[in-house]
Write a protein that binds this ligand. Structure first.
Ligand code: SIN
Length: 280
């Protein structure tokens, strides 16, 4: 009998799992977590006092881990990103709705975030179900979007005001310039999830620049409509962190947003990101 219990967070996405010990995870436990991840888009597991090696090992059960081409990883473990906001600074990593690394030819499949220093309040992470975003469109718009492609790039998000000091290594999170920042990749606006077979909207405000074959100006009205629609409160859940909580999300099915509402407090997380495949 499995000891894992599942509590949905909302009617749209997100579930908390209890009875999990990530440091001693059987294949049966992993299979249950994996299924919950597919079913709920984001799963949350509290009270995991683990070494970073365990975080890496857990991520690797899903697939190969990415080393980010721009965001610096730990010097001795480049696949781990330290997401640190010292007290007194504004949060600036992941603050904006997005799915991770859609500017890659093969956008990230999933991400695992481990909370170590948690503000007494604030710093929640929001998730939005992109199956529901697609399914709630009118048949006419679904039909139009089904045939469309969109251009994604890091060129905006990684060059906006405030990023230069990250390249200058003056901040807690640091970046290294890569010419790939200016690259553009093309993905379907609606992707079919390779494991669930469900269709999901696949555009996001952080990395989607325009529709393929259209100018930025021509694309804006419909893209802006979709960016707002994608993250309607009806599709969302909100995770309130606690020390040693782990969040795991499926970038093929949800977008996420790191809130910036805890300026007086430090927040420290560690993230590993799992390689994905080319969206179909
Ligand atoms: C991210 O991975 O986008 C950051 C999420 C967070 O810090 O809550």
């Amino acid at each position: 009998m499995s000891k894992i219990a599942l509590t949905p967070l909302t009617g749209s996405c997100g579930a908390e799992l209890s009875g999990v010990d990530l440091a001693h995870l059987s294949d049966e436990d992993f299979a249950q977590i994996h299924q919950a991840w597919l079913d709920y888009g984001a799963v949350f597991i509290r009270d995991q006092d683990i070494e970073l090696e365990t975080l890496v090992a857990f991520g690797k059960r899903f697939g190969n881990l990415e080393v980010h081409p721009i965001v610096d990883g730990l010097s001795d473990a480049p696949e781990i990103t330290r997401v640190l906001k010292p007290a007194g600074e504004s949060a600036s990593f992941g603050t904006g709705w997005h799915s991770d690394n859609t500017f890659f030819e093969k956008p990230s499949m999933g991400s695992v975030l481990y909370g170590k220093t948690i503000p007494p309040y604030g710093g929640d992470t929001l998730f939005a179900n992109q199956y529901r975003a697609y399914e709630t469109l009118s048949d006419g718009l679904k039909h139009t979007l089904d045939g469309m492609m969109a251009v994604h790039s890091a060129s905006h998000a990684y060059t906006v005001a405030g990023t230069q000091e990250k390249y200058d290594k003056k901040t807690a999170i640091t970046y290294t310039w890569s010419d790939s920042i200016m690259d553009e990749v093309i993905h379907p606006v609606v992707r079919t999830h390779p494991e669930t077979g469900r269709k999901a909207l696949f555009v996001n405000d952080m990395f989607t620049l325009r529709f393929d074959g259209m100018s930025k100006e021509d694309s804006q009205p419909l893209l802006q409509y979709l960016f707002h629609h994608c993250v309607k409160p009806d599709f969302c859940c909100r995770f309130r962190w606690s020390e040693n909580a782990v969040a795991l999300w499926d970038n093929r099915a949800v977008q996420h947003y790191a809130t910036d509402d805890y300026q007086a407090f430090e927040r420290l997380m560690y993230r590993v990101t799992i390689e994905g495949d080319k969206p179909a």
